[in-house]
Ligand binder design. Structure first.
Ligand code: PLP
Length: 435
């Protein structure tokens, strides 16, 4: 109650903004969710590692626009490139002379498996289209996904997604029977997954998997699990779709470089747009050939998108991807590891059931004595406690998802990580959660 009281006292302007916004917007949030406790917090500006809310409170931003700003807010290269393009027009309907080809070449250089690439306006559209392409290419009806895997808000993705609802549940509004088109696999359980794929060998077009189970808890795949999926899908003629919407900035060659895995198709989003709506799917040239818009309409796998890959977002994305240098990745990895180690140390010092997941720049904090390695173990985490910790951090000037997932960004320093860890330790102790 005390933590919530402090939250209320800091957010009077947000409360007023909420009352106004909800007159015409369900829940008062126009698109995503953001920080809610219990009402949304409204923001006015952000710069580098920090963001300022409508009441003038300053935050260290470890939400990073939902993992899309590894370079922080308003990176000068991204800002300059975007503004320069905006002055020449946001879009011409016809393609820009070089931006699409330049970004596709840059992405291919980093992820060589992406021989051919198409751009979309969201990660949802990228994974939806990649899965449709897999069905068109293989002529098979079903896809396999992880229990708890999240790939956006299209119907196939919403079967058994997320960690907070019943992980097997089908939410309202989906196409009746869509769950029959989805085969569910247990993340990080190779033998069981292989047996399930063997049973459905002839009907599965593709297996889609996040190299790190992102929104469900920042739980990395084991290299063995991904290697097994690669081997089994190849054996059965299924495509392997690696959803790198969150994981792309983990390595200069993406998570696929980190794990040494070569998918047939890859989906990208979030960080490739420099903070603007840009996503992509791509992979083997023989598969992507089906998307060629000059093909006969009955042969072509139709993918048209009004806002996918417009010059304004391509300019932002190209600047951001180019700025993700090996030095930047080193800095992100070092700060990320420092933060994760610091959380482990706090758990040890206070005999608290604190688990930390993630790698490279991302982390997840879980309140459970059980090491978190898959969906079952993340479900043992106490949601009320992680929400309380996030609100308590918020009160101390740190903006983190209420599910206690977050990321470091390149403008952050060792001092910022130390500040985060001090605040977390204070939250753990002051909330009376330990001894
Ligand atoms: N794939 C993954 C792994 C995601 O985490 C998300 C979004 O969080 C998506 C796809 C969907 O992206 P978008 O929200 O841009 O539609």
């Amino acid at each position: 109650a005390e933590v919530e009281g402090v939250f209320e006292s800091r957010t009077a302007t947000s409360r007023e903004a909420f009352a106004r916004a909800r007159e015409h917007i369900p829940g008062g949030v126009p698109g995503g969710l953001g920080f809610m406790s219990p009402h949304p917090v409204y923001f006015e500006r952000a710069d580098g590692a920090y963001a300022w809310d409508a009441d003038g409170n300053k935050y260290l931003d470890v939400m990073s626009g939902d993992w899309l700003l590894p370079l922080g807010h308003c990176h000068p290269d991204v800002l300059d490139a975007t503004i320069a393009q905006l002055r020449r027009g946001t879009t011409y309907c016809s393609p820009h002379v070089s931006l699409g080809a330049d970004l596709a070449a840059e992405l291919h250089r980093r992820l060589p498996s992406m021989e051919q690439i198409r751009f979309t306006a969201s990660g949802t559209e990228a994974t939806m289209t990649a899965l449709r392409l897999a069905r068109a290419f293989t002529g098979r009806p079903k896809i396999a996904k992880m229990r708890g895997g999240y790939h956006g808000t299209h119907d196939l993705s919403l079967v058994a997604n997320g960690r907070f609802a019943d992980p097997g549940a089908v939410p309202p509004g989906l196409i009746p029977g869509v769950e029959d088109a989805v085969v569910l696999l247990p993340y990080n359980h190779s033998d069981e997954s292989e047996q399930i794929l063997d049973r459905h060998a002839d009907e599965i077009a593709a297996v889609i998997v996040e190299p790190i189970l992102g929104g469900t808890g920042m739980i990395p795949a084991t290299p063995e699990f991904l290697a097994r999926l690669r081997e089994v899908t190849r054996r059965h003629g299924m495509l392997l779709v690696l959803d790198e919407v969150v994981s792309f900035p983990m390595d200069v060659h993406g998570a696929q470089g980190h794990f040494g895995i070569e998918p047939d198709l890859t989906t990208l989003g979030k960080a490739i747009g420099g903070g603007l709506p840009l996503a992509a799917y791509g992979g083997r040239a023989d598969i992507m050939a089906l998307v060629d818009p000059v093909l006969d309409p009955m042969t072509q796998m139709r993918h048209a998108t009004t806002l996918g890959g417009i010059p304004a977002t391509l300019a932002a994305g190209l600047a951001q991807v180019r700025a993700l240098t090996p030095e930047v990745h080193d800095h992100l990895n070092r700060l990320g590891e420092r933060l994760r180690q610091g959380v482990r140390d706090i758990g040890r010092r206070h005999h608290a059931p604190l688990q930390v997941t993630g790698f490279a720049h991302v982390f997840g904090i879980h309140w459970t004595p059980t090491p978190v390695v898959d969906l079952e173990t993340v479900l043992t985490s106490d949601k009320a406690v992680t929400n309380l910790l996030a609100t308590s951090l918020y009160n101390q000037g740190i903006l983190m998802f209420k599910s206690a997932l977050g990321t470091v960004t390149s403008p952050m320093t060792d001092d910022d990580v130390a500040m985060f860890l001090d605040a977390l330790e204070r939250s753990v102790v002051d909330s009376g959660l330990v001894g």
